[in-house]
Write a protein that binds this ligand. Structure first.
Ligand code: B12
Length: 283
């Protein structure tokens, strides 16, 4: 019969791992080693120490190093976000960047999956609403730190307007998409979450020219508001409207709500918006 895991102090864990106490503490803060704080002491399960020892041995095998680590980043980020640890979350991202992940990959292969996992755990009841809110606030701050890495100099390829429909509080998808598009040379105006229908129209009318509009619809059963925003936009602009996000089931669904195009991925959304921006329209 397998031994049940027992709990040891962080100092003992450091000894078993053959590292200094401060190194083990850094592993905890960056999510590489799972530990629970009891009073003033960190406690670590012995099987977690075994896992990390096995991991370190695998990491010493050169061909496996990068993949093994890349696979670990989302798990470590989820852990730090749920713990409400902003500095630790940033350390995970810095580690991923140092290991060669591009800022695009950090958004698509690290932040996006981490948000999905947090959403699943919230739905299962193992993450509280407060933890989900705190994690979202941290992600917003991480995006703030990563944003400058997407800035591109030179002539812009057109202005894209982004945001979420009325009644939809999910502002992170448009914040992520903003940077991804800026990295591709677009000027992007992000109106953020819960944009009233008439504000979509007034913002568009106030701009000299909008090449394309991207609507990020995440909240379920909010279709009337999506349709309403699109109707208001149509009154002031002939720019193509690309609709996407968790709440939109298919291309048919998007066109039924009045949009021109649909995509279920940011990569494709960028290509669609690119097409829309470079197709000449009568002024
Ligand atoms: C963070 C979050 C919140 C935060 C929002 C904070 C913020 N500032 O954004 C808070 C806690 C406030 C919140 C609230 C709610 N949430 Co919420 N939330 C999430 C969470 C964890 C992450 C959302 C996110 O940013 N994802 C990252 C983006 C990048 O991923 P994505 O949406 O899949 O985007 C991809 C595609 O959809 C597409 N795409 C996205 N946008 C666009 C736009 C365009 C133009 C295109 C072309 C493509 C495209 O490309 C992306 C990349 O491939 C999700 C979980 C999840 N699966 O996403 C739940 C989730 C979306 N929430 C959910 C729910 C139910 C709610 C609430 C209704 C809960 C409640 N009862 O109050 C409220 C909404 C209230 C309201 N009136 O809007 C559910 C929706 C379930 C469903 N049936 O669809 C989810 C899926 C959680 C779950 N697993 O159940 N939420």
């Amino acid at each position: 019969m397998a031994d049940l895991p027992t709990t040891i102090s962080l100092a003992e864990a450091a000894e078993r791992l053959g590292v200094h106490y401060m190194t083990a503490y850094r592993y905890v803060r960056t999510g590489r080693l799972e530990a629970v704080k009891q009073g003033a002491e960190w406690q670590v399960e012995t099987n977690e120490v075994d896992r990390m020892r096995a991991q370190s041995a695998a990491d010493r095998t050169p061909t496996r190093t990068r993949n093994t680590r890349a696979h670990e980043y989302p798990r470590r980020l989820v852990e730090r976000l749920i713990a409400g640890d902003e500095a630790g979350s940033w350390s995970v991202i810095e580690g991923a960047l140092t290991a060669g992940m591009t800022p695009d990959e950090v958004y698509l292969d690290l932040l996006r999956p981490a948000l999905h996992t947090i959403g699943e755990r919230w739905a299962q009841g193992s993450v509280t609403v407060a933890q989900e809110h705190q994690a979202s606030a941290i992600v917003l701050r991480l995006i703030g730190r990563l944003g400058p890495r997407f800035v591109r100099r030179g002539r812009k390829r057109g202005t894209v307007l982004l945001g979420a429909p009325p009644g939809d509080v999910h502002g992170l998808p448009s914040a992520l998409l903003t940077d991804l598009l800026r990295g591709r040379g677009f000027e992007v105006i992000d109106l953020g979450a819960d944009v009233p229908a008439d504000s979509w129209a007034s913002a568009t009318a106030a701009l000299a020219r909008v090449a394309a509009i991207g609507l990020c619809a995440t909240t379920p059963d909010n279709h009337r508001n999506v349709r309403d925003a699109i109707e208001h936009l149509r009154r002031v602009s002939d720019a193509p409207i690309v609709l996407g996000g968790n709440a939109i089931a298919s291309g048919r669904h998007a066109t039924d709500l009045g949009a021109d195009q649909y995509s279920d991925s940011f990569a494709q959304a960028a290509a669609l918006l690119d097409d829309a921006a470079s197709t000449p329209r009568p002024r």
